[in-house]
Design a protein around this ligand. Structure first.
Ligand code: IMP
Length: 430
Protein backbone atom coordinates (compact mmCIF):
# COMPACT_ATOMS: atom_id res chain seq x y z
CA UNK A 1 0.00 0.00 0.00
CA UNK A 2 1.36 3.47 -0.84
CA UNK A 3 2.70 5.95 1.70
CA UNK A 4 1.84 9.62 1.16
CA UNK A 5 3.56 12.72 2.57
CA UNK A 6 1.53 15.92 2.84
CA UNK A 7 3.36 19.27 2.79
CA UNK A 8 2.35 22.91 2.55
CA UNK A 9 3.55 24.65 -0.62
CA UNK A 10 3.17 28.27 0.54
CA UNK A 11 3.52 29.97 3.96
CA UNK A 12 1.41 27.45 5.89
CA UNK A 13 -2.35 27.58 6.52
CA UNK A 14 -3.05 25.96 3.15
CA UNK A 15 -5.77 23.75 4.65
CA UNK A 16 -3.66 20.69 5.40
CA UNK A 17 -5.78 19.64 8.40
CA UNK A 18 -8.88 18.99 6.31
CA UNK A 19 -6.95 17.02 3.66
CA UNK A 20 -5.09 14.93 6.24
CA UNK A 21 -8.42 14.10 7.84
CA UNK A 22 -9.94 13.22 4.46
CA UNK A 23 -7.07 10.97 3.37
CA UNK A 24 -6.68 9.30 6.75
CA UNK A 25 -9.55 7.08 5.65
CA UNK A 26 -7.08 5.36 3.29
CA UNK A 27 -4.13 5.14 5.76
CA UNK A 28 -3.47 2.85 8.71
CA UNK A 29 -1.13 5.28 10.48
CA UNK A 30 -0.68 9.08 10.51
CA UNK A 31 2.50 10.76 11.74
CA UNK A 32 3.48 14.39 12.44
CA UNK A 33 7.18 14.75 11.60
CA UNK A 34 8.21 18.34 12.39
CA UNK A 35 7.19 21.59 14.08
CA UNK A 36 5.25 21.75 17.31
CA UNK A 37 2.15 23.44 18.66
CA UNK A 38 2.89 26.49 16.47
CA UNK A 39 0.75 24.60 13.94
CA UNK A 40 -3.02 24.86 14.04
CA UNK A 41 -5.11 22.44 12.02
CA UNK A 42 -8.83 23.13 11.85
CA UNK A 43 -11.23 20.34 10.95
CA UNK A 44 -14.97 20.63 10.45
CA UNK A 45 -16.76 17.29 10.52
CA UNK A 46 -20.54 17.31 10.21
CA UNK A 47 -20.55 20.90 11.42
CA UNK A 48 -18.39 20.14 14.52
CA UNK A 49 -15.12 22.13 14.67
CA UNK A 50 -11.85 20.66 15.99
CA UNK A 51 -8.63 22.68 16.28
CA UNK A 52 -5.54 20.52 16.71
CA UNK A 53 -2.00 21.75 17.29
CA UNK A 54 0.05 18.61 17.96
CA UNK A 55 -1.96 15.42 17.69
CA UNK A 56 -2.43 14.24 14.07
CA UNK A 57 -5.89 15.04 12.75
CA UNK A 58 -6.45 11.30 12.23
CA UNK A 59 -7.30 11.07 15.93
CA UNK A 60 -10.92 11.95 15.23
CA UNK A 61 -11.33 8.70 13.26
CA UNK A 62 -11.63 5.28 14.89
CA UNK A 63 -8.78 2.74 14.83
CA UNK A 64 -6.06 4.84 13.20
CA UNK A 65 -2.57 4.79 14.64
CA UNK A 66 -1.63 8.43 15.36
CA UNK A 67 2.02 9.23 15.94
CA UNK A 68 4.30 12.13 16.83
CA UNK A 69 7.75 11.63 15.33
CA UNK A 70 11.25 12.43 16.56
CA UNK A 71 11.34 15.59 14.40
CA UNK A 72 8.63 17.32 16.47
CA UNK A 73 9.36 19.62 19.44
CA UNK A 74 6.83 18.84 22.10
CA UNK A 75 5.42 21.04 24.83
CA UNK A 76 4.08 18.50 27.36
CA UNK A 77 1.64 21.00 28.90
CA UNK A 78 0.19 21.83 25.45
CA UNK A 79 -0.17 18.14 24.61
CA UNK A 80 -1.99 17.33 27.85
CA UNK A 81 -4.31 20.29 27.27
CA UNK A 82 -5.06 19.00 23.76
CA UNK A 83 -5.81 15.50 25.06
CA UNK A 84 -8.26 17.05 27.55
CA UNK A 85 -9.82 19.29 24.86
CA UNK A 86 -10.44 16.23 22.67
CA UNK A 87 -11.96 14.34 25.61
CA UNK A 88 -14.43 17.23 26.08
CA UNK A 89 -15.42 16.84 22.41
CA UNK A 90 -15.97 13.11 22.94
CA UNK A 91 -12.69 11.89 21.38
CA UNK A 92 -10.66 9.56 23.63
CA UNK A 93 -6.90 9.55 23.08
CA UNK A 94 -6.18 5.86 23.58
CA UNK A 95 -2.57 4.92 24.47
CA UNK A 96 -2.77 1.89 22.14
CA UNK A 97 -3.43 4.16 19.19
CA UNK A 98 -1.50 7.34 20.05
CA UNK A 99 2.29 7.23 20.49
CA UNK A 100 5.03 9.87 20.80
CA UNK A 101 8.65 9.29 19.84
CA UNK A 102 10.99 8.87 22.81
CA UNK A 103 13.47 10.91 20.73
CA UNK A 104 11.27 14.01 20.39
CA UNK A 105 12.76 17.07 22.11
CA UNK A 106 10.78 18.93 24.75
CA UNK A 107 9.74 22.56 24.76
CA UNK A 108 10.36 23.79 28.30
CA UNK A 109 8.95 26.95 29.96
CA UNK A 110 12.29 28.75 29.48
CA UNK A 111 12.07 28.18 25.71
CA UNK A 112 8.79 30.10 25.60
CA UNK A 113 10.27 32.92 27.67
CA UNK A 114 13.33 33.07 25.40
CA UNK A 115 11.16 33.14 22.27
CA UNK A 116 9.13 36.09 23.56
CA UNK A 117 12.17 37.94 24.98
CA UNK A 118 14.05 37.65 21.68
CA UNK A 119 11.18 38.96 19.64
CA UNK A 120 10.85 41.89 22.04
CA UNK A 121 14.56 42.64 21.71
CA UNK A 122 14.36 42.56 17.90
CA UNK A 123 11.60 45.21 17.95
CA UNK A 124 10.58 46.16 14.40
CA UNK A 125 12.83 43.46 12.90
CA UNK A 126 11.00 40.67 14.73
CA UNK A 127 10.15 37.42 12.94
CA UNK A 128 6.59 37.42 14.25
CA UNK A 129 6.89 33.95 15.80
CA UNK A 130 3.96 32.22 17.46
CA UNK A 131 5.73 32.69 20.82
CA UNK A 132 5.49 28.96 21.58
CA UNK A 133 9.23 28.40 22.18
CA UNK A 134 9.72 26.47 18.93
CA UNK A 135 12.97 28.17 17.82
CA UNK A 136 14.78 27.96 21.19
CA UNK A 137 13.80 24.27 21.55
CA UNK A 138 15.23 23.40 18.11
CA UNK A 139 18.37 25.39 18.99
CA UNK A 140 18.87 23.25 22.10
CA UNK A 141 18.45 20.13 19.98
CA UNK A 142 21.16 21.30 17.55
CA UNK A 143 23.38 22.38 20.47
CA UNK A 144 23.01 18.84 21.88
CA UNK A 145 21.72 19.98 25.23
CA UNK A 146 18.00 19.35 24.51
CA UNK A 147 15.85 17.30 26.86
CA UNK A 148 14.13 14.43 25.09
CA UNK A 149 10.94 12.67 25.98
CA UNK A 150 12.92 9.56 26.93
CA UNK A 151 14.67 11.65 29.63
CA UNK A 152 11.35 11.89 31.47
CA UNK A 153 11.60 8.17 32.22
CA UNK A 154 14.97 8.61 33.95
CA UNK A 155 14.52 11.05 36.82
CA UNK A 156 18.21 11.40 37.74
CA UNK A 157 19.31 11.99 34.17
CA UNK A 158 16.47 14.46 33.67
CA UNK A 159 17.41 16.46 36.77
CA UNK A 160 21.06 16.70 35.70
CA UNK A 161 20.09 17.92 32.21
CA UNK A 162 17.56 20.39 33.59
CA UNK A 163 20.12 21.85 36.01
CA UNK A 164 22.61 22.32 33.18
CA UNK A 165 20.04 23.89 30.88
CA UNK A 166 18.72 26.22 33.54
CA UNK A 167 22.20 27.42 34.50
CA UNK A 168 22.75 28.44 30.87
CA UNK A 169 19.30 29.81 29.98
CA UNK A 170 18.70 31.64 33.26
CA UNK A 171 22.01 33.41 32.76
CA UNK A 172 20.96 34.51 29.26
CA UNK A 173 17.46 35.48 30.34
CA UNK A 174 18.68 37.60 33.23
CA UNK A 175 21.80 39.18 31.76
CA UNK A 176 21.09 39.46 28.05
CA UNK A 177 17.32 39.72 27.76
CA UNK A 178 16.46 41.31 31.12
CA UNK A 179 13.65 38.74 31.42
CA UNK A 180 12.30 36.45 34.18
CA UNK A 181 14.27 33.39 35.27
CA UNK A 182 13.01 29.96 36.37
CA UNK A 183 13.32 27.95 39.59
CA UNK A 184 14.71 24.42 39.16
CA UNK A 185 12.29 22.84 41.66
CA UNK A 186 9.15 24.27 40.03
CA UNK A 187 10.05 23.02 36.55
CA UNK A 188 11.23 19.66 37.89
CA UNK A 189 8.02 19.02 39.83
CA UNK A 190 5.70 20.22 37.04
CA UNK A 191 7.53 18.15 34.43
CA UNK A 192 7.59 15.00 36.56
CA UNK A 193 3.84 15.31 37.16
CA UNK A 194 3.28 15.56 33.39
CA UNK A 195 5.71 12.69 32.75
CA UNK A 196 3.36 10.38 34.67
CA UNK A 197 0.49 11.34 32.37
CA UNK A 198 2.55 10.99 29.18
CA UNK A 199 4.52 7.82 30.03
CA UNK A 200 2.01 5.37 28.45
CA UNK A 201 2.31 7.18 25.11
CA UNK A 202 6.14 7.16 24.84
CA UNK A 203 7.43 4.71 22.23
CA UNK A 204 10.17 3.98 19.69
CA UNK A 205 8.04 5.42 16.89
CA UNK A 206 10.58 4.77 14.08
CA UNK A 207 10.57 1.05 14.92
CA UNK A 208 6.77 1.05 15.17
CA UNK A 209 6.53 2.59 11.68
CA UNK A 210 9.02 0.06 10.36
CA UNK A 211 6.69 -2.70 11.59
CA UNK A 212 3.64 -0.98 10.05
CA UNK A 213 5.48 -0.87 6.70
CA UNK A 214 6.49 -4.54 7.14
CA UNK A 215 2.82 -5.48 7.40
CA UNK A 216 2.15 -3.75 4.07
CA UNK A 217 0.05 -1.04 5.69
CA UNK A 218 -0.18 2.59 4.54
CA UNK A 219 1.19 5.68 6.25
CA UNK A 220 0.23 9.33 5.93
CA UNK A 221 3.01 11.75 6.85
CA UNK A 222 1.49 15.03 8.04
CA UNK A 223 3.63 18.13 7.51
CA UNK A 224 3.06 21.40 9.35
CA UNK A 225 3.69 25.02 8.27
CA UNK A 226 4.75 25.37 4.61
CA UNK A 227 7.70 25.35 2.20
CA UNK A 228 8.27 29.10 2.42
CA UNK A 229 8.64 28.75 6.21
CA UNK A 230 11.31 26.03 5.85
CA UNK A 231 14.45 26.95 7.76
CA UNK A 232 16.59 26.38 4.65
CA UNK A 233 14.35 26.76 1.62
CA UNK A 234 12.00 29.47 2.86
CA UNK A 235 12.25 33.24 3.24
CA UNK A 236 15.12 32.99 5.77
CA UNK A 237 15.38 34.42 8.41
CA UNK A 238 11.59 34.97 8.41
CA UNK A 239 10.89 31.27 8.78
CA UNK A 240 10.21 28.65 11.41
CA UNK A 241 13.09 26.58 12.84
CA UNK A 242 12.32 23.18 11.32
CA UNK A 243 12.62 21.60 7.90
CA UNK A 244 9.08 21.66 6.56
CA UNK A 245 9.76 20.02 3.18
CA UNK A 246 9.05 16.41 2.18
CA UNK A 247 12.57 15.05 2.76
CA UNK A 248 12.02 15.57 6.47
CA UNK A 249 9.00 13.27 6.46
CA UNK A 250 11.54 10.44 6.58
CA UNK A 251 14.17 12.03 8.87
CA UNK A 252 11.56 13.33 11.30
CA UNK A 253 9.84 9.93 11.54
CA UNK A 254 12.77 7.52 11.83
CA UNK A 255 12.39 5.64 8.53
CA UNK A 256 14.19 5.93 5.16
CA UNK A 257 13.05 8.12 2.22
CA UNK A 258 12.45 5.13 -0.08
CA UNK A 259 9.13 4.43 1.70
CA UNK A 260 7.62 7.69 0.41
CA UNK A 261 5.55 6.94 -2.69
CA UNK A 262 3.62 10.16 -3.25
CA UNK A 263 4.42 13.74 -2.21
CA UNK A 264 1.19 15.71 -2.03
CA UNK A 265 1.51 19.51 -1.94
CA UNK A 266 -1.35 21.44 -0.37
CA UNK A 267 -1.86 24.71 -2.22
CA UNK A 268 -4.35 27.46 -1.48
CA UNK A 269 -6.02 29.09 -4.51
CA UNK A 270 -4.48 32.41 -3.36
CA UNK A 271 -1.63 33.32 -0.97
CA UNK A 272 -1.56 34.05 2.75
CA UNK A 273 1.17 34.60 5.32
CA UNK A 274 1.27 35.24 9.09
CA UNK A 275 4.19 37.07 10.67
CA UNK A 276 6.90 39.25 9.11
CA UNK A 277 8.94 38.78 5.95
CA UNK A 278 8.57 39.26 2.20
CA UNK A 279 5.36 38.35 0.39
CA UNK A 280 5.44 39.73 -3.18
CA UNK A 281 1.73 39.35 -3.98
CA UNK A 282 0.38 40.85 -0.73
CA UNK A 283 -2.70 43.06 -1.30
CA UNK A 284 -3.70 45.98 0.89
CA UNK A 285 -6.92 46.71 -0.98
CA UNK A 286 -10.52 45.55 -1.30
CA UNK A 287 -9.49 42.20 -2.84
CA UNK A 288 -7.10 41.52 0.07
CA UNK A 289 -9.93 42.36 2.44
CA UNK A 290 -12.29 40.00 0.53
CA UNK A 291 -9.81 37.10 0.73
CA UNK A 292 -9.26 37.65 4.47
CA UNK A 293 -12.97 37.98 5.28
CA UNK A 294 -14.40 35.24 3.04
CA UNK A 295 -11.45 32.90 3.70
CA UNK A 296 -11.61 33.47 7.50
CA UNK A 297 -7.91 34.18 7.37
CA UNK A 298 -7.05 34.36 11.05
CA UNK A 299 -4.29 32.23 12.61
CA UNK A 300 -5.67 29.04 14.22
CA UNK A 301 -2.93 29.25 16.89
CA UNK A 302 -2.52 32.96 17.60
CA UNK A 303 -5.70 34.47 16.11
CA UNK A 304 -3.57 37.00 14.19
CA UNK A 305 -5.07 38.24 10.87
CA UNK A 306 -3.22 36.67 7.93
CA UNK A 307 -1.75 38.79 5.15
CA UNK A 308 -3.57 37.93 1.89
CA UNK A 309 -2.67 38.20 -1.80
CA UNK A 310 -2.91 36.72 -5.29
CA UNK A 311 -1.64 33.26 -6.18
CA UNK A 312 2.15 33.27 -6.59
CA UNK A 313 3.27 30.66 -9.14
CA UNK A 314 6.97 31.39 -8.46
CA UNK A 315 6.44 30.25 -4.85
CA UNK A 316 4.62 27.07 -5.84
CA UNK A 317 7.15 26.22 -8.60
CA UNK A 318 9.84 26.51 -5.93
CA UNK A 319 7.80 24.20 -3.66
CA UNK A 320 7.42 21.72 -6.53
CA UNK A 321 11.21 21.53 -6.83
CA UNK A 322 12.28 21.37 -3.19
CA UNK A 323 9.58 18.85 -2.25
CA UNK A 324 9.55 16.84 -5.48
CA UNK A 325 5.76 17.13 -5.63
CA UNK A 326 3.85 14.25 -7.21
CA UNK A 327 0.54 16.14 -7.26
CA UNK A 328 -1.29 19.00 -5.55
CA UNK A 329 -4.51 19.65 -3.66
CA UNK A 330 -6.07 23.01 -4.50
CA UNK A 331 -7.88 24.40 -1.46
CA UNK A 332 -10.29 27.27 -0.79
CA UNK A 333 -11.24 27.73 -4.44
CA UNK A 334 -14.66 28.94 -3.21
CA UNK A 335 -13.06 32.03 -1.63
CA UNK A 336 -12.48 33.40 -5.16
CA UNK A 337 -16.22 33.16 -6.01
CA UNK A 338 -17.62 36.48 -7.19
CA UNK A 339 -14.33 38.27 -7.90
CA UNK A 340 -14.57 40.07 -11.25
CA UNK A 341 -10.98 39.38 -12.34
CA UNK A 342 -8.28 37.09 -10.97
CA UNK A 343 -4.55 37.64 -11.09
CA UNK A 344 -1.74 35.10 -10.98
CA UNK A 345 1.86 36.12 -10.36
CA UNK A 346 3.87 34.34 -13.07
CA UNK A 347 7.31 35.92 -12.41
CA UNK A 348 8.98 38.78 -10.53
CA UNK A 349 10.53 41.88 -12.02
CA UNK A 350 13.69 43.48 -10.69
CA UNK A 351 15.65 46.31 -12.34
CA UNK A 352 13.82 45.74 -15.62
CA UNK A 353 14.50 42.00 -15.88
CA UNK A 354 12.20 39.10 -15.14
CA UNK A 355 12.94 36.47 -12.51
CA UNK A 356 11.09 33.17 -13.09
CA UNK A 357 12.52 31.12 -10.22
CA UNK A 358 12.71 31.81 -6.48
CA UNK A 359 15.89 33.82 -5.81
CA UNK A 360 18.43 31.93 -3.68
CA UNK A 361 18.73 35.07 -1.55
CA UNK A 362 15.17 35.74 -0.33
CA UNK A 363 16.02 39.29 0.76
CA UNK A 364 15.89 40.10 -2.99
CA UNK A 365 12.12 39.54 -2.82
CA UNK A 366 11.72 42.88 -1.07
CA UNK A 367 13.06 44.56 -4.22
CA UNK A 368 10.86 42.60 -6.65
CA UNK A 369 7.52 43.48 -8.19
CA UNK A 370 5.10 40.70 -9.19
CA UNK A 371 4.41 40.21 -12.91
CA UNK A 372 0.69 39.38 -13.22
CA UNK A 373 -1.42 37.56 -15.72
CA UNK A 374 -5.15 38.32 -15.60
CA UNK A 375 -7.98 35.79 -15.90
CA UNK A 376 -11.76 36.26 -15.74
CA UNK A 377 -13.49 35.37 -12.47
CA UNK A 378 -16.74 33.38 -12.06
CA UNK A 379 -20.14 34.07 -10.57
CA UNK A 380 -21.60 30.59 -9.81
CA UNK A 381 -20.40 29.27 -6.40
CA UNK A 382 -17.89 26.45 -7.00
CA UNK A 383 -19.15 24.58 -3.91
CA UNK A 384 -22.22 23.61 -5.96
CA UNK A 385 -20.02 21.48 -8.23
CA UNK A 386 -19.70 17.80 -7.35
CA UNK A 387 -17.57 16.92 -10.40
CA UNK A 388 -14.98 18.84 -12.43
CA UNK A 389 -17.42 19.13 -15.34
CA UNK A 390 -19.82 21.04 -13.09
CA UNK A 391 -17.33 23.83 -12.38
CA UNK A 392 -17.82 27.19 -14.10
CA UNK A 393 -15.57 27.27 -17.21
CA UNK A 394 -13.61 30.23 -15.77
CA UNK A 395 -12.79 28.20 -12.64
CA UNK A 396 -11.67 25.29 -14.79
CA UNK A 397 -9.44 27.63 -16.83
CA UNK A 398 -7.94 29.02 -13.61
CA UNK A 399 -7.15 25.49 -12.37
CA UNK A 400 -5.59 24.45 -15.69
CA UNK A 401 -3.42 27.58 -15.76
CA UNK A 402 -2.14 26.88 -12.22
CA UNK A 403 -1.18 23.37 -13.33
CA UNK A 404 0.66 24.73 -16.39
CA UNK A 405 2.53 27.38 -14.43
CA UNK A 406 3.60 25.07 -11.62
CA UNK A 407 4.14 21.92 -13.69
CA UNK A 408 2.17 19.88 -11.13
CA UNK A 409 -1.17 18.13 -11.67
CA UNK A 410 -4.04 18.90 -9.28
CA UNK A 411 -5.42 15.65 -7.83
CA UNK A 412 -7.95 17.04 -5.34
CA UNK A 413 -10.00 20.27 -5.19
CA UNK A 414 -11.50 21.61 -1.99
CA UNK A 415 -14.40 24.05 -2.21
CA UNK A 416 -15.33 24.42 1.47
CA UNK A 417 -14.37 23.50 5.02
CA UNK A 418 -16.48 20.34 5.27
CA UNK A 419 -15.28 16.84 4.32
CA UNK A 420 -18.08 16.63 1.74
CA UNK A 421 -16.96 19.77 -0.10
CA UNK A 422 -14.14 18.00 -1.93
CA UNK A 423 -13.58 16.64 -5.43
CA UNK A 424 -11.10 13.78 -5.65
CA UNK A 425 -9.82 13.62 -9.22
CA UNK A 426 -7.14 11.02 -8.46
CA UNK A 427 -6.63 9.54 -5.02
CA UNK A 428 -2.90 9.64 -4.09
CA UNK A 429 -3.41 6.37 -2.16
CA UNK A 430 -4.69 4.50 -5.21
P1 IMP B 1 7.65 29.99 15.00
O1 IMP B 1 7.44 28.72 14.26
O2 IMP B 1 6.69 30.19 16.14
O3 IMP B 1 9.09 30.18 15.41
O4 IMP B 1 7.33 31.21 13.98
C1 IMP B 1 8.15 31.50 12.86
C2 IMP B 1 7.32 31.96 11.66
O5 IMP B 1 6.53 30.87 11.20
C3 IMP B 1 6.34 33.09 11.97
O6 IMP B 1 6.22 33.91 10.83
C4 IMP B 1 5.02 32.36 12.21
O7 IMP B 1 3.91 33.17 11.95
C5 IMP B 1 5.15 31.25 11.19
N1 IMP B 1 4.37 30.05 11.52
C6 IMP B 1 4.68 29.11 12.44
N2 IMP B 1 3.75 28.13 12.45
C7 IMP B 1 2.84 28.46 11.52
C8 IMP B 1 1.66 27.81 11.03
O8 IMP B 1 1.25 26.73 11.45
N3 IMP B 1 1.00 28.46 10.03
C9 IMP B 1 1.43 29.64 9.51
N4 IMP B 1 2.54 30.27 9.92
C10 IMP B 1 3.24 29.69 10.92
Amino acid sequence: MPNVAIVGTQWGDEGKGKIVDLLTEFADAVIRFQGGHNAGHTLVIHGKKYVLHLIPSGIVRANKLCLIGNGVVLDPAALIEEIQHLAELGVTVNSNLFKISAQANLIMPYHRELDVAREKRKGKGKIGTTGRGIGPAYEDRAARRGIRLSDLLNRQGFEAKLRDNLAYHNFMLENFYDASTFAFETIRDDTMRMANILAPYIEDVGQLLHEVIGKGQSILFEGAQGTMLDVEHGTYPYVTSSTTVAGNAATGSGIGPTVLNHILGITKAYTTRVGSGPMPTELNDAVGEHLGRVGHEFGATTGRPRRCGWFDAVVVRHAARVNGLSSMVLTKLDVLDGLEKLRICVAYERNGSQIKNMPADPSVLDMCEPVYEELPGWKTPVAQAKRMEDLPPEALAYIRRLEELTGVAISIISTGADRDQTMIIKNPFS
